[in-house]
Design a protein. Structure first.
Lengths: 374, 531, 404
């Protein structure tokens, strides 16, 4: 099958590149080994201090409602982290004390939302808190399974039940000026968080839970839908097993599912992610990139991969594939003409593009721009 | 007798201390056990978990071998829910001397160990993961034991018989009147409170830290710390213990235990200052994998879960620097006869699985000093939880159609699993999915088994011992603990400590899936949860 | 190999990061809380089963084998294979008579065919359905597929000479459905392939692919079918140099993947030569062959990706073929399981769950209101037709209808 560009890796980076290329008229394919890291997304783009209009438009066109407001967001464990850009349902506060009195509402039997940690964290900031639990009979079916009172399953029920939650919260609400709810709303129906806010006469904050992240999955669905609506082909659950490279040019790739039916393209983007998604693979002797065998920046001495203190910065998380200023992949020190690298597989090798989500998005746009320039 | 007075004080909450407390309690004494941290945090919690048949010592140390096989048989009776009766193989590889097998088997038989030479083919069928190139095999009654369960069960029995326990409490000095030890000064690390306790006899059962204790009492004992490193593989590769049929050496035992298997061990002398911060070195990791792969080749391509090290208390019989050929004999020192200091006993040396005998010796000495004439019954009466053998039968008896979590609870707690609140959706919710640990089981541990931290909980319920190493369950369990203790601030610190402990065991083998998991855990805790 | 250079485990279960993404995409969990979910049933359960077979959970039978957990897994764990392997290895409950009957499609087909009109009449009766519901626990709502009076094999054998005359040849694994229930699909395939200059021949003697035997606890029998079919494939592929096509997505997945992964039957030498017909046709067209489409053909088609095709990643071929037809208004339905999962949905104890699983798909079909639903899987067809009333056609049949 022939495409203008083939993108290897369907996470945030790959999808941003795919959307950009499709919008510019290219016919592209994205190959993704399973679902991606957006499933563990906090909802806040900490690494994007100044997103710029292009990025904001890209998300807006996909139906992903963002808001830009440099400040702090509330973490599931009741601490605060700095960010400027986040999904609409994640509040960004100018200062930690965002209310006088807070009502924290959880579901009885839901262990992945940490109401006690949130209460303690907020009380430390001078807000008085009250924690209450909802006991909804509709959730009883879910609770019959010892392991299914989890974010996604609850969220699926909430698409139908959110109005009842609003009713119950209104009954519980006394004189609090803020309500904290778990982030289990708006999985399929993106209007729900907004409507909940409208229905409760207090500031409604959606605080995160243990993964999977409902806002993250929602974002993933919207971006993928946008990509497909623009005509892109998203190959879910497939993996590139071999690349055909000749004279510094990638001609085609072979995937696990399509075996001898190669995917040919004029340009390729590698956005396979870090260790989790196997964009980089490690063994006792090396860290390598499995699809093309690209040059990887890492420490030869394995002892230098780790900081023995868990909370400290870890060197191995900075390793990545080497690329030139145009993000062309380096193999044996030489750039491949038509292979670009984007996202966390780059590690820290191109620090000018930032880190995490910021890196994912900026490098994807840059790679797409390089391709479109040709 | 007032509240701070006892018949005997036992210092050290490892298996020796717990076993001694049980024996003393069974003989009617009022006992107090003091432990500076949690149960089984010394060598007890950092060994192979091997229920020796004793075969390993038959050639060089027949006395130890005899002790082992006797205790092996006893523990199968009294501690059945802590033991997996796996059998063991001593294999001869092409590079080993097959002639040693005969010497080995004869020595075993002399020591009363049922060692049976079997055809290598049968060995391969018995244990499919064994190195197929083996040229000889001997079957022995090895098994595996869970030291946390064993320790907890002994302490529980003592408590049921009126014994008291002070965890997180350290002995800071002795109350001494002339040449008599009358009691101890203690400091509680959690509350910061000090307290004095009195008893006519004090037993030092602190393993290698016993050196420090005797020094506090003003006497000297020659103990040598010998570090042993081990690796845990992510799943149970073998079902039969695999040993090398040769002179005991490094990394030649692969032990299956619950959902994992363990390869070990090494033996290196370390200075006393390092005893509280032992780490596994890259060389040790390489050695363990290399030697382990000779026992079971699949280990070279099996995910490793964590690396850990423990410190043995060795009392040297000669000048062997590795400490390996030291007699594993039990050392029971009556400081009255030895040093003229009354009211003080040290029990040390030995091994995990001869703890009961060590406890018996110590308790006999205690009773002699107190003029109590009661026989030891610890070999006859089963530990709480071990009253019935087959865990399947127990599970079916308690619940007609046991769920996975109920089955898992019985495999951990034996008959005492009946006391868990279960059978309703709130208590049956799973906190740890890897090891099937329910809310009910965790609350039971918090309520009745002296749990202060996540690591304590982990030792008693296996929360966080699965391949994710506490990725999600640590947080969920932390919330339950915060509720129980009423202090979130403390739980935040506890969560950090727990993750640090897990990381300590992960980065020595930080590659492949372990590194992926570590990256994921970093991501979740730092960027999503905001720890 | 250097020590720990790579690691391997049964169906990659050790690579599980416990991220729980698989459980987010399992269709069963949303409808049946008794099912522990793919993570618990698969990689979590595997460690416990290795500790003691007593930890095998009977609730694994609620797994649809839809493979969506595998499609979603970012770590490459073959979760569904792990679950089905565990069922094969640890579940020794003998299959009920009902399950044996449902799984023995060849046998039932052969029995029913000669009496097709009577059988069809009887199975369509409410009374029969009630009796089957009560006695065999085959849910009364289910419509039994009708049996055809003439088998497809019989039809094709009569045209052997004319098919042999084509310059290019391909072998057709027709499967039970085409042979006993709906030979028209086979005829449609022959029409399309002939239009491309390709003649169709049968395998020497094919047997049911065996998927229902696997999921109903009859893996030993399934293995016999697998060994037999792989030998048949070798005859066609290695001896005669032919490609083998099939029109059923599940038959394709079963013979390509389940044979080696679940039954331990090696097929590496023939696997890549067994293709879904839409892939074969697409590849021919890509290489320059052409089809002449009828003028004025118009259809609004909603395409449903069968779970097994989603796993194989080959829906793209069916999709592209349908989009090629002028006059086709093509809608790609959201990828959702229809809920029937072969014999699973026929069982009374699974019926409600089946329907609950499929409801999002049914709702979308109703809202799209297509002229026809296109789908490569016959059991999806039965489910969608019964649950929505819309007609379902295999893309090959649509192609056949659209060409001159």
């Amino acid at each position: 099958m022939k495409f203008d560009s083939v993108i290897i890796g369907g996470g945030l980076s790959g999808m941003v590149a795919g959307i950009t290329l499709q919008k510019a008229g290219q016919n592209t394919a994205i190959i993704s080994t399973g679902q991606n890291a957006l499933h563990f997304f906090s909802g806040s783009f900490e690494s994007l201090k100044e997103p710029g209009q292009r990025i904001l438009d890209l998300f807006a066109e996909a139906g992903v409602r963002l808001h830009y407001s440099p400040g702090l967001w509330l973490t599931p464990l009741g601490t605060f982290k700095e960010s400027a850009l986040s999904l609409e349902d994640i509040d960004l506060f100018p200062e930690r004390k965002f209310a006088r009195k807070v009502l924290i509402v959880n579901f009885l039997g839901y262990h992945d939302f940490f109401s006690s940690f949130l209460a303690e964290g907020l009380e430390k900031q001078g807000m008085s808190c009250r924690v209450r639990f909802l006991n909804l009979p509709e959730l009883e079916k879910l609770e019959q399974s010892p392991s299914e009172m989890r974010s996604v399953q609850i969220a699926r029920t909430m698409d139908r039940l959110w109005e009842k939650v609003v009713q119950e919260v209104r009954v519980l609400l006394k004189d609090e000026d803020a309500v904290v709810l778990p982030q289990v709303f708006g999985l399929q129906d993106t209007s729900v968080p907004g409507r909940i806010r409208q229905g409760i006469p207090a500031r409604v904050i959606f605080a995160g839970t243990l993964p999977p992240s409902v806002p993250g999955i929602r974002t993933q669905i919207l971006l993928k839908q946008r990509y497909q609506l623009l005509g892109g082909t998203y190959m879910m659950g497939d993996e590139v097993v071999r690349a055909h490279v000749h004279d510094g040019v990638v001609h085609s790739v072979a995937t696990k599912n399509l075996d001898s039916h190669y995917l040919e393209a004029a340009n390729f983007i590698l956005s396979t992610g870090g260790y989790f998604s196997k964009g980089l693979i490690s063994n006792p002797f090396q860290v390598y990139e499995p699809v093309f065998g690209l040059d990887v920046e890492y420490k030869e001495d394995r002892n230098q991969w780790y900081n023995p203190a868990f909370k400290e910065d870890q060197p191995y998380m900075h390793f990545g594939v080497k690329a030139d200023e145009n993000l062309r992949a380096l193999q044996d020190g030489k750039p491949l003409q038509n292979l670009y690298v984007a996202g966390s597989v780059l590690g820290d090798t191109r620090p000018e593009f930032g880190t995490a989500a910021g890196q994912a998005i900026r490098t994807a746009l840059h790679a797409a721009d390089q391709i479109l320039k040709k | 007798m007032n509240a701070n007075e006892f018949d005997v004080i036992i210092i050290g909450g490892g298996i020796t201390g717990a076993g001694t407390q049980r024996d003393c309690a069974m003989r009617g004494l009022r006992t107090l056990l003091i432990e500076r941290s949690d149960i089984a945090t010394g060598a007890t919690g950092r060994n192979h978990g091997l229920l020796h048949s004793g075969a390993r010592y038959a050639v060089n140390d027949p006395e130890s071998a005899e002790e082992c096989i006797r205790e092996n048989m006893i523990l199968r009776r009294i501690a059945s829910h802590c033991i997996d009766e796996t059998d063991g193989l001593f294999i001869t590889l092409p590079e080993d001397d097959l002639g040693y097998q005969q010497t080995f088997v004869e020595a075993c038989r002399k020591a009363g160990i049922n060692a049976e030479i079997i055809d290598p083919d049968l060995a391969r069928r018995m244990e499919p993961s064994v190195n197929p190139e083996l040229i000889g095999a001997v079957k022995v009654p090895d098994g595996s034991v869970d030291p946390f369960r064993l320790c907890a069960a002994n302490m529980l029995d003592a408590k049921l018989r009126g014994g008291q326990v002070r965890l997180q409490t350290e002995v800071t000095g002795f109350i001494r009147e002339g040449n008599v030890i009358k009691g101890v000064h203690t400091l509680n690390h959690q509350t910061g409170e000090t307290a004095d306790y009195y008893a006519p006899v004090t037993v030092n059962a602190c393993g290698i830290w016993g050196q420090h204790i005797v020094e506090l009492a003003g006497v000297k004992v020659g103990m040598y710390p010998a570090k042993g490193a081990l690796l845990i593989f992510a799943h149970r590769v073998n079902n039969v213990v695999i040993n090398r049929c040769r002179k005991p050496s490094n990394a030649d035992i692969l032990v299956p235990g619950d959902t994992v298997c363990v390869i070990g061990t090494t033996s290196t002398r370390i200075p006393f200052e390092e005893c509280d911060s032992v780490a596994v070195t890259p060389d040790e990791v390489t050695l363990l994998i290399t030697e382990g792969a000779k026992l079971a080749p699949s280990l070279s391509s099996t995910r490793i879960l964590r690396a850990y090290a423990g410190v043995r208390p060795l009392v040297s019989a000669d000048d062997d620097p590795t400490g390996r050929n030291i007699s594993r004999g039990i050392v029971c020192l009556d400081h009255e006869t030895r040093d003229g200091l009354k009211g003080f006993i040290t029990i040390t040396g030995g091994k995990l699985m001869t703890y009961r005998l060590m406890a018996e010796m110590a308790t006999d000495a205690v009773c002699r000093k107190l003029g109590v004439e009661k026989a030891c019954q610890t070999a006859e009466i089963p530990l709480p939880g071990s009253e019935e053998k087959s865990f399947e039968a127990v599970a079916q008896k308690i619940w007609e159609n046991p769920t996975m979590a109920q089955k898992a609870a019985v495999s951990r707690m034996g008959t005492r699993a009946a006391r868990i609140r279960t059978g309703n959706k709130r208590d049956d919710a799973l906190i740890c999915e890897c090891e099937e640990v329910s809310v009910g089981e965790i609350n039971a541990a918090i309520d009745r088994l002296e749990v202060s931290t996540l690591t304590d909980l982990r030792r008693r319920t296996r929360v966080g011992m699965g391949t994710c190493q506490g990725e999600f369950c640590a947080c969920r369990a932390a919330a339950l603990l915060a509720k129980a203790h009423g202090c979130v601030e403390r739980e935040r610190a506890d969560l950090e400590d727990f993750l640090q402990e897990r990381w300590k065991g992960n980065f020595p083998i930080g590659w492949g899936d372990t590194l992926r998991e570590a990256e994921y855990t970093q991501w979740v805790y730092k960027h999503v949860l905001g720890l | 190999m250097k020590l720990q250079e790579y690691t391997e485990s049964h169906h990659n279960f050790e690579e599980c990061m416990k991220c729980t993404v698989c459980t987010a995409y399992c269709p069963v969990l949303q409808a049946n809380p008794l099912y522990p979910g793919p993570k618990q049933a698969g990689p979590d359960g595997e460690r416990l089963r290795l500790k003691d077979p007593y930890f095998f959970n009977q609730a694994l039978k609620y797994c649809l084998n839809c493979k969506r957990c595998e499609v979603a897994c970012p770590s490459g764990v073959n979760v569904a294979d792990l679950i089905q392997s565990a069922r094969i290895k640890y579940d020794h409950t003998p299959p009920k008579l009902r399950d044996r009957i449902l799984a023995s499609t060849d046998f039932m087909g052969k029995l029913a065919r000669p009496f097709a009109p009577v059988v069809n009449g009887v199975t369509g009766l409410g009374v029969t359905k009630t009796v089957l519901d009560v006695t065999m626990k085959i849910d009364r709502h289910r419509t039994f597929p009708k049996y055809s009076g003439t088998s497809f094999e019989f039809w094709l054998k009569r045209r052997k000479k004319e098919q042999a005359a084509f310059p290019e040849q391909v072998a057709y694994f027709h499967g039970c459905y085409v042979n006993y229930n709906y030979p028209q699909l086979g005829k449609d395939l022959v029409k399309v392939l002939n239009a491309l200059g390709v003649g169709v021949q049968l395998l020497d003697k094919e047997k049911c692919c065996g998927i229902a035997l696997i999921t109903n606890g009859m893996s030993a029998e399934a293995r016999k079918h697998a060994i037999h079919n792989v030998a048949q494939l070798r005859q066609a592929v290695l001896d005669k140099g032919l490609k083998v096509v099939t029109t059923s997505s599940t038959c394709a997945l079963t013979m390509r993947d389940e044979y080696p992964n679940l039954l331990g039957v090696d097929n590496a030498d023939v696997r890549e030569s067994l293709l879904l017909a839409t892939r074969f046709i697409f590849e021919k067209l890509e290489k320059g062959a052409t089809l002449k489409f009828k003028a004025g053909y118009h259809k609004k088609i909603a395409y449903h990706t069968p779970c097994h095709l989603e796993k194989m990643g080959w829906a793209i071929f069916s999709e592209k073929l349908l989009r090629m037809i002028p006059g086709v208004e093509f809608i790609l339905l959201d990828s959702n399981c229809c809920g029937i999962s072969g014999t699973y949905g026929f069982k009374k104890e699974n019926y409600e769950v089946s329907q609950a699983i499929g409801e999002p798909l049914f709702a979308q079909i109703r809202s799209v209101n297509p002229d026809v639903v296109a789908c490569d899987c016959e059991t999806c067809k039965w489910q969608i037709e019964m649950s929505t009333g819309y007609t379902v056609m295999n893309p090959i049949s649509i192609l056949a209808e659209a060409i001159e």
